[in-house]
Design a protein around this ligand. Sequence first.
Ligand code: IPE
Ligand code: IPE
Ligand code: MG
Length: 255
Amino acid sequence: MKSDPAEPYGIDLKTLPRHVAVIMDGNGRWAKKRLMNRVNGHKQGSETVRALVTACREIGIEVLTLYAFSTENWSRPAAEVTALMALLKRFLRSERDDLDSKGIRLNVIGQKYRLPADVQTEIDGATLQTRNNTGMVLNLALSYGGREEITMAAKRLAEDLASGKILADDITETALADRLYTGGLPDPDIVIRTSGEMRLSNFLLWQAAYAEIFITDTLWPDFSKQEFLDIVREYQTRDRRYGKVVCTSNDGSQQ
Ligand code: IPE
Ligand code: IPE
Ligand code: MG
């Protein structure tokens, strides 16, 4: 009998997170510690991306969302933004076939139109090539901001209302969620932030309402598959109450 891939890692397949989201932070500090240019940190960080994508696919995560570039990151020095865009282009080009062969569908969330034309072309190519894959969704958050996303969804609702497609009573949580970049995908069960910062930095503000949060001091380029598996195992021990009271009976079962 074929064994499930997650089992050897001591991960319970029944309570696997469906959606894992990651704020990949600390590339600059990783480079600084080595007296290198920040761009070297971003380069090393893209190796971590490769490893994490592979690990998530291996254990059976349905959706992996990676925060790669925020709407606020446009305010960084032009040279760093240019280098990040070049790295992104290179990453998409080099990973496209590999993602496809692993059954991963690439999806970009964020203001794609603000990205350089050549990056958009790579995104379109990789998205098209992988569009029918059902093994995992890889959401790359690019020029992404949670407030921008919610504002855009509100605007879409307003347009649908104005054109008579919907009524005011049709404006529900589901209707708004459907109009976010992540429409149709489950909310993240886990949000991980590397490099020790205790903030969301405008990431998945709506969707992370009930996500379990994990903050690690590890800088993104040093984040390993091992540490990721530790987080998944710890997640499986947490009690997700969603605001309710959970009564545990004497025999330990939840009622
Ligand atoms: C995360 O690393 C990558 C991006 C935001 C693009 P940083 O570049 O923010 O690294 P630190 O926080 O300066 O160490
Ligand atoms: C968040 O990291 C954005 C990404 C990881 C892409 P930042 O480094 O931009 O966040 P702040 O500035 O520390 O909040
Ligand atoms: Mg940072």
